[in-house]
Ligand binder design. Structure first.
Ligand code: GLC
Length: 621
């Protein structure tokens, strides 16, 4: 049913559908366009559109997952893009080589060229480096980058990630997440840059520029850059800690938390992904007032809006293989990972019957064409023919690893430092304990080689565990190190560094009801046991968010929030230890991107244990 543009509109007027509160687009910001009007581009789009059949148009609106399609399928069905979901890979092998990714990209490109009027795009979740590819540089997750408060660093991370994505023949990433996390019990808190909309906006714009290149300059969407996606529109971080939950904020609060979309549009972001979450009971995938009225018409976003993983199926009257309501609401590309073939067939029938108005179909296709032409897709040629394709030396390069290590250093937040225990002299007897000490899997967290971050550490390389970094710093100075996850030791250590925290998770699997996480009692007991023996204790917490650590905090002389630092754990030792000559190598720079709740049951708290922006310095002592 065609929607009249009213919130809670007829698009999903099915029994039981609820109407969201009214939205007032004129009260929303209107960012300056990142790109000047381009009549030549628009003329090319119209000329292409005029030559496209309904089947070719509908194909551009459908995205399938590589685990559910073959090159032969792409020769039959003119899909406009594919994705590899966080568990999808060539031959379903998470350890497929970079060359296999590139060769598959070539096969898909060639097959699609036989059926579709424009070249195929391949999207991936490169959210903390090209994290689905073995050998890629794995950066800290966003919450640590929010703590770093360093836009220049983020730009460089975006640029490095773009090069690594290009090396494997892909051209689009579903990053950055620009959620403003309002309750850290949410399983996707670590994908947020923090609770402050302005901080998130600054980080979002920087990463978009790094990934895509600066809008209006020759580097914009050139061969070294990739398409970015601001996600998940809108209000995904404000659902009371429940992933895909219901955001009941006011329109004004929703508008406040949309600052990063204003910034991302201002930086020229070419894609926005709709959120699984709802606003006052109405699924974002079906909210035309916000997707079209606000994002497209008011904010002037002229790229494409993509749905999330079968998110359209959650709309009343829809399924994974049919959803005119989502397209009517403003979804331009529907992510139909497994059901893409039937979704294509049903949507083609709905276009032919008028259930999807021709004007809306054309508007969606125009947006896809605009993005593809801005990305020079017709001129670029097959993936392996592009300038950085096959340059696998870019993956995990020493320069990119050094950048990741710098990001680790800048992300660390010092919460406690009794008696100025830190920085430590490296010529000492050091015990490294805790289940996170020599655990690259835990350091990296979710979306690392697989969705939930379950791969063994030996699969994630290049990498350096926090323990390995400590061992290198201490032995270089003539000190000695003992690794003992359980905390048992032979000779009494001068200091114990205990690395502990959350096991990896992603999305809803990480939702908590209490911040007293699994393993908290074990970790607290270990710290208390060492502390009771009069050993100086440094606690290093590995987590995707603040957790309830009152006991751990009391048992430690120094306490560091390390977030999910990624593969370059050596960055932790860079800050904890002095240089062999006693000089200080790096001071702490990180400041809390989220307030630290005081109680285990509170995902946010008016009187936090540590406030937003808190972070000690060596220089402050
Ligand atoms: C997931 C996530 C989204 C991701 C997409 C593709 O469900 O919600 O952030 O980009 O699917 O993997």
């Amino acid at each position: 049913m065609a929607c009249l543009g009213l919130a809670g509109c007829a698009a999903f007027a099915s029994p039981g559908a609820v109407a969201a509160p009214a939205v007032h687009p004129a009260q929303w910001p209107r960012p300056a366009a990142a790109l000047p009007a381009d009549p030549q581009l628009e003329a090319r789009i119209e000329a292409l559109l005029a030559r496209m059949t309904p089947a070719e148009k509908v194909g551009q609106l459908v995205q399938g997952d590589i685990d559910s399609l073959t090159a032969a399928d792409l020769r039959q069905v003119p899909l406009g893009s594919v994705l590899n979901g966080a568990n999808s890979a060539p031959r379903h092998d998470r350890l497929a080589s970079p060359r296999e990714w590139l060769e598959l990209a070539d096969r898909f490109y060639a097959a699609a060229a036989a059926a579709a009027p424009l070249p195929l795009l391949w999207a991936t979740d490169a959210i903390h480096g090209h994290n689905d590819i073995r050998g890629a540089t794995i950066f800290p997750h966003n919450i640590g980058l929010g703590a770093a408060r360093d836009p220049a660093l983020l730009r460089r991370i975006g640029a490095a990630t773009a090069l690594e994505v290009r090396a494997t023949g892909l051209d689009w990433t579903f990053a950055p997440t620009v959620a403003v996390v309002r309750d850290v019990r949410w399983g996707r808190s670590y994908e947020s840059y923090g609770e402050n909309p302005q901080l998130v906006a600054e980080c979002a714009a920087a990463l978009v520029e790094g990934l895509q290149g600066r809008a209006g300059t020759p580097e914009f969407l050139d061969a070294a850059h990739v398409l970015a996606t601001a996600k998940h529109f809108l209000g995904d971080g404000g659902t009371g800690g429940r992933d895909e939950g219901d955001n009941t904020q006011s329109e004004a609060a929703l508008r406040r938390d949309a600052a990063a979309y204003v910034a991302a549009i201002g930086a020229g972001v070419q894609a926005v992904m709709a959120s699984f979450s709802s606003w006052h009971g109405v699924k974002m995938h079906g909210n035309r007032a916000l997707l079209t009225g606000v994002l497209k018409e008011r904010m002037g976003f002229d790229g494409l809006v993509i749905g999330d993983w079968d998110g359209h199926a959650q709309l009343p009257g829809c399924s994974a293989v049919s959803c005119p309501a989502a397209i009517d609401a403003g979804i331009d590309v529907v992510m139909a990972p497994a059901g893409w073939r039937d979704f294509y067939a049903n949507t083609l029938a709905q276009a032919r019957s008028g259930a999807i108005p021709a004007a809306r179909l054309d508007e969606a296709v125009r947006r896809v064409l605009r993005v593809k032409l801005r990305a020079h897709l017709p001129e670029e040629g097959p993936p392996s023919s592009r300038p950085f394709a096959g340059h696998f030396e870019l993956l995990g390069s020493s320069a990119h690893r050094a950048l990741a290590r710098r990001a680790v250093r800048e992300s660390l937040v010092l919460l406690k430092n009794e008696h100025a225990l830190l920085p430590l002299a490296p010529r000492a007897r050091v015990l490294v304990a805790g289940q996170g000490a020599d655990n690259v899997t835990q350091q990296c967290g979710g979306f690392t080689l697989d969705w939930q971050g379950t791969r063994p550490g030996r699969d994630i390389r290049p990498a350096e565990s926090i323990y390995a970094g400590i061992r290198a710093a201490v032995t270089a100075a003539g000190g000695s190190v003992q690794l003992s996850p359980s905390g048992e030791f032979g000779a009494r250590p001068d200091v114990a560094i205990v690395v502990f925290g959350e096991s990896p998770y992603a999305e809803g699997a990480g939702d908590l009801t209490s911040l007293a996480y699994d393993g908290e009692a074990r970790d607290r007991a270990l710290l208390e046991r060492l502390h009771a023996q009069g050993i100086a204790v440094v606690a290093v917490l590995i987590s995707g968010r603040p957790l309830w650590i009152e006991g751990e905090l009391a048992a430690a002389d120094a306490f560091v929030a390390a977030w999910l630092p990624g593969a370059e754990g050596g960055g932790v030792a860079d800050v904890l230890f002095r240089a062999p000559d006693g000089s200080r190598r790096h001071d702490f720079r990180g400041r809390l991107p989220v307030s630290w709740p005081r109680a285990p049951s509170a995902g946010a708290s008016p009187q936090p244990l540590f406030p937003y922006g808190y972070g000690l310095r060596y220089a402050s002592r």
